[in-house]
Design a protein around this ligand. Structure first.
Ligand SMILES: [Mn+2]
Length: 424
């Protein structure tokens, strides 16, 4: 299914008057509105291929129907999201779930939908059929060199797929760690991981980056070999200038100060990318902005402050991606909500009066610092975000149009009710 320009125009027509009124009010309250819109137009959030089907838990999985059955249909789904919101112009692939059969055809399909290929993700957390060695006790950290070599070779193969598609980032998340005290020699596990990553690093093309993602726990529950930003930064620093830390919002212990982490990583020039999601307890798959929108705003506040201090382009300087897989919502509706939450938080953070904040910080005016931040956070910026979307050719209300057009019903008709997205 594809959404035509006329469907979007007809939808937007219903909102012309209300949008105009709300946008005029927003402009009258914020003199930098046009500058903000120009930044929003350049800000794109990549959609991971694994977020397009219904995820599950170890207890079960409840498919919503019409899930993409192959890479082509995944690209088409991201195309639908991007057509509606004009802010999701990239797809992030996962190997081996998304191995292309015909690179040229896949590239043309992506181009047709206005998508580029974001970071390539390797998988050494599962065993694949016909695989010689098991990852049950780790991959890049493994005590057996043959297992490490297999995992290294897989990562290099992922780079090759990415080169053929025009990606320029390898994103590595490791499930490596241990479940019980005494199971693992921490130092040896780290050294093995470093040496393995060095071999992968050596295979990176000149213009590529490697992102080292960390996660506090799960699937291992006693130790994770890349468990926090310190361990990731150690690896990135030892690897070299093409290696960076990747921050996933849901990969911290409860109440971690993620905004401080991104601030310091940016200061060190080692923040490579960002995975958006939200969590209440230990999950990392809830809709971005659904639980802690203020935290998301504070993170964007530090991201913008840190990027501006270094002259980093907001749109292209870092990798922006959603990383979530949902159990109970229509995945496409969920992704539309997540991207919207990201755009709203980014916009609010752009409105922070940085001159006033710096002055208040210098005067130890703690109450005023809070007022300045919360003044921006409490600003209703929805009309600004919709205005940017309309100007880019998107829908005023992407989720409403998705429902008006009965997209999911159409996808079920096309693909069937009991489809399962590859990899899930
Ligand atoms: Mn992630």
């Amino acid at each position: 299914m594809e959404i035509g320009k006329d469907s979007i125009a007809a939808h937007n027509e219903q909102y012309v008057k209300s949008q105009q009124q709300r946008f005029e009010y927003a402009t009258s309250m914020n003199e930098r509105t046009e500058d903000v819109i120009s930044k929003l137009l350049k800000f794109q959030v990549a959609i991971p291929s694994w977020a397009l089907g219904t995820g599950g838990t170890r207890f079960g999985r409840f498919s919503g129907g019409g899930e993409p059955r192959n890479l082509e249909e995944k690209i088409s789904d991201v195309g639908l999201i991007h057509r509606l919101n004009q802010s999701s112009g990239a797809i992030s692939l996962h190997i081996p779930w998304d191995v292309p059969q015909d690179y040229q055809a896949i590239k043309e399909l992506a181009l047709h939908h206005g998508l580029r290929f974001d970071a390539m993700n390797s998988n050494t957390f599962q065993d694949q059929p016909n695989q010689a060695h098991s990852y049950k006790f780790g991959s890049l950290q493994h005590v057996d060199k043959a297992v490490r070599q297999q995992a290294i070779a897989h990562n290099i193969e992922v780079i090759e797929h990415g080169k053929a598609l025009g990606s320029d980032v390898l994103s590595v998340w490791l499930a490596d760690g241990s479940c019980f005290p005494g199971q693992l020699n921490f130092r040896k596990a780290f050294q093995n991981t470093l040496e393995s990553l060095e071999e992968i690093y050596a295979a990176l093309p000149e213009n590529w980056k490697v992102f080292v993602e960390y996660k506090a726990f799960e699937p291992n529950f006693y130790s994770t070999t890349v468990g926090d930003w310190g361990q990731s930064l150690l690896l990135a620093n030892k690897l070299g200038p093409k290696a960076f830390t990747l921050v996933d919002l849901g990969h911290h212990l409860p109440n971690a100060n993620i905004e401080q982490i991104v601030s310091l990583l940016l200061m060190e020039g080692k923040l490579g990318g960002f995975h958006f999601n939200d969590s209440k307890y230990g999950d990392d798959d809830l809709t971005t902005g659904s639980i802690k929108p203020y935290q998301l705003f504070l993170i964007f506040n530090e991201l913008i402050e840190g990027m501006d201090a270094k002259g980093i382009d907001h749109g292209t300087g870092l990798g922006w991606m959603i990383d979530a897989s949902h159990n109970v919502k229509d995945p496409l509706e969920d992704l539309l909500q997540s991207v919207e939450a990201i755009m709203l938080s980014y916009t609010q953070a752009l409105l922070v009066d940085r001159v006033a904040l710096t002055a208040a910080q210098g005067n130890h005016d703690v109450a005023l610092c809070q007022e300045i931040l919360q003044d921006a956070f409490r600003t209703d910026v929805r009309a600004i975000v919709s205005e940017a979307r309309i100007r880019a050719g998107g829908a005023v209300n992407p989720l409403a149009l998705y429902r008006e057009l009965k997209v999911r019903e159409n996808l079920i008709k096309e693909r069937g009710l009991k489809t399962i997205a590859t990899g899930l």
